[in-house]
Design a protein around this ligand. Structure first.
Ligand code: SF4
Length: 106
């Protein structure tokens, strides 16, 4: 009886090992760039602009403000663009040098 249980356990372990080997390594690696959100266009929300210099005539803009210094900035993802945690920018990347009218100092 014990031999049968050991045999079944050994077969289960072998099957598990084979199944794990069958999973491509690439399936386990998170490809952030493949799933990166699109870059926000100017005017996406809250008068967003990809270059803060273009906001100089905005009533709420103050010199030096830019996304990478905002409390909603979540860090760069690629090419100077990163995630913004403000809900109106949930599906896009914003420019580190960008700005919008809900800017809040970090
Ligand atoms: S909330 Fe902040 S980080 Fe997000 S787009 Fe506006 S200024 Fe940039």
């Amino acid at each position: 009886m014990t031999e049968s249980i050991d045999h079944n356990r050994r077969r289960l372990l072998q099957a598990s090992t084979l199944m794990a080997a069958a999973i491509p390594l690439s399936a386990l690696v998170h490809h952030r760039t493949a799933t990166a959100a699109p870059q926000a266009d100017d005017g996406h929300a809250h008068d967003y602009v990809g270059d803060a210099a273009d906001a100089e005539d905005h009533a709420r803009y103050q010199a030096g403000q830019q996304c990478q210094d905002c409390r909603f900035w979540e860090g760069e993802v690629e090419g100077g663009y990163g995630e913004c945690s403000h809900p109106d920018f949930a599906d896009v990347l914003v420019s580190a040098d960008g700005w919008c009218d809900v800017f809040a100092p970090a």
